[in-house]
Design a protein around this ligand. Structure first.
Ligand SMILES: Cc1ncc(CO)c(N)n1
Length: 215
């Protein structure tokens, strides 16, 4: 069995809780209060900056040149492509100022950056994987189950349910599985721990937006 299949089986409970979160249900129905989506967008702009940097660090550290290129491209994608999505949202939802980074985003972003910089490269890859994989799953879940054809958050849904994001996700899974095959049992366990932590933080990220959590 691939490392990723075993790791995903460890977060099935967390993932099931994500699908049933109020934030996700209301995003899918298009009824999520604008204030909560705005909070999410502002925090996600801070998040993507940190995620992009974590990916760039992995790209710089990984030995295989093809893998290095893949992570450098993921970093570019996180910063450029998603920023464009945010900028259009900042415009259409009248978000003027950048706001400030709140506790959950701060925690998650710094977890990713410190793991990418200081832990083994295999652990760093495992830590960033839920960012791809959970969003892909959630994007597909919403896309397949939504009822209303007139959703103000449709662009967000289409980005993550789209084929392009699916391809990036699969590439990240494959590279991480490949690294896992070259790792010891102990390293693989550390990978799984980091994968679980990041998945918990994905849950908390949406949860904090729903409750508008501040310092
Ligand atoms: C919190 C979070 N995780 C993952 C993604 C997808 O890259 C995102 N935009 N935001």
């Amino acid at each position: 069995m691939n490392w990723s299949s075993g790791a995903w089986s460890r977060i099935e409970g967390i993932y099931a809780r994500i699908e049933s979160m109020s934030f996700i249900k209301e995003l899918m129905a298009g009824t999520l209060p604008l204030e909560k989506f705005q909070y999410y967008m502002v925090q996600d702009a801070f998040y993507l900056d940190q995620f992009g940097r974590a990916l760039a660090i992995i790209g710089a550290r990984v030995e295989n040149v093809e893998d290095s290129l893949a992570y450098i491209r993921f970093a570019e994608g996180a910063i450029v492509v998603e920023k464009a999505l945010h900028e259009s949202y900042f415009e259409s939802f009248q978000l003027k100022d950048k706001g400030q980074i709140e506790p959950t985003c701060h925690h998650y972003g710094h977890f990713l950056k410190s793991t990418a910089a200081l832990d083994g490269i295999e652990v760093a890859m495992a830590a960033v994987l839920p960012c791809f994989w959970i969003y892909k799953k959630v994007g597909d879940y919403i896309y397949q189950n939504q009822q209303s054809g007139n959703n103000p958050y449709q662009k967000w849904i289409d980005t993550y349910a789209g084929e392009e994001f699916g391809e990036l996700t699969q590439r990240a899974i494959d590279i991480t599985d490949n690294i896992a095959r070259q790792s010891t049992e102990k390293q693989q366990q550390a990978m799984t721990e980091a994968f679980i932590t990041a998945s918990r933080l994905e849950y908390e990220f949406w949860n904090s937006a729903y409750s508008l959590k501040t310092w």
